[in-house]
Design a binder for this molecule. Structure first.
Ligand code: IMP
Length: 257
């Protein structure tokens, strides 16, 4: 097995990821995935979605994160929905996120808010599952290390728990479950998963949470080194949102018939 090289007289240098195979030349991810654009970052996001039609149905996205609501609004650009949420949710009582699975938490949130608002509701739960930690932190991803811990503290905690774990055993995934509910009942749930590995040390300044240590192999970068546009093409949340967006568009069409 390959061992991390040692620096002269110093501690072993921990490669962030294994070095590429000798003699194997691979074009940069951005050149492979965005030919013509080159290795420079892809310009930020598409223009804002067009205004929804005047008779669009309100869709309550149960999140305090305006970015998540904007992502869904962009994906629903062709469906007759008008996304509401971050501006209203602060006034509503929040449910406890104490479910044993992402699906249980997403369902709980969606049911809770669909009893408080008239609209169709979308709620999500997501987190990181690390194989060597038997799926932890999972539903505890946001709470790992206690409420006072920062994202950087949580990243350090994961790295310390994986001290000595070799690259091959550092498999991990982000999982996201979205639930759609109306009047206290769940209508459908959608899941998105993206596989990666936990890097030996953090890299990148984009994104949030565990992004600096989530190494996405097809891109040969951590999520925090990818632009938001690149991450949103492949992320667990984008996959779940895309599935939900298709279903919501069909639902809206059926309602109008
Ligand atoms: P929530 O679904 O927004 O409550 O996210 C739960 C927690 O999972 C977050 O606080 C992050 O720690 C982690 N998480 C979820 N999605 C991501 C992601 O895309 N990047 C990094 N961390 C994430």
């Amino acid at each position: 097995m390959r061992r991390p090289p040692r620096r002269e007289g110093g501690a072993p240098r921990r490669p962030r990821v294994p070095p590429p195979e000798a003699g194997v030349e691979r074009p940069h991810y951005r050149q492979r995935f965005a030919p013509g654009i080159g290795p420079e970052p892809i310009p930020p996001a598409a223009p804002p979605p067009p205004e929804p039609p005047a008779d669009a149905m309100p869709l309550f996205v149960a999140t305090k994160n305006p970015g998540k609501a904007r992502e869904l609004a962009a994906m629903l650009a062709d469906a007759p929905f008008h996304v509401v949420g971050p501006e209203l949710i602060g006034d509503l009582e929040a449910p406890a996120e104490d479910g044993a699975t992402f699906e249980a938490n997403a369902r709980k949130k969606a049911i809770h808010y669909s009893r408080l608002v008239e609209h169709l509701v979308v709620a999500d739960d997501s987190g990181l599952e690390v194989d060597a930690l038997r799926g932890e932190p999972g539903v505890r991803s946001a709470r790992l290390g206690g409420h006072a811990a920062s994202d950087a503290d949580r990243v350090r905690l994961i790295l310390s728990k994986l001290e000595g774990v070799p690259w091959e055993e550092r498999g991990a995934r982000f999982r996201c479950v979205l639930a759609v509910a109306r009047r206290g009942a769940v209508l459908e749930t959608f899941e998105g998963v993206v596989e990666g590995r936990i890097a030996f040390e953090p890299a990148g300044a984009e994104g949030f949470g565990y992004d600096p240590i989530f190494f996405y192999e097809p891109a040969e970068m951590t999520f925090a080194e990818m632009t938001a546009v690149e991450k949103n093409r492949v992320s667990h949340r984008a996959q779940a949102l895309e599935r939900a967006a298709g279903w919501l568009a069909d639902w809206a069409r059926a309602k109008r018939r």
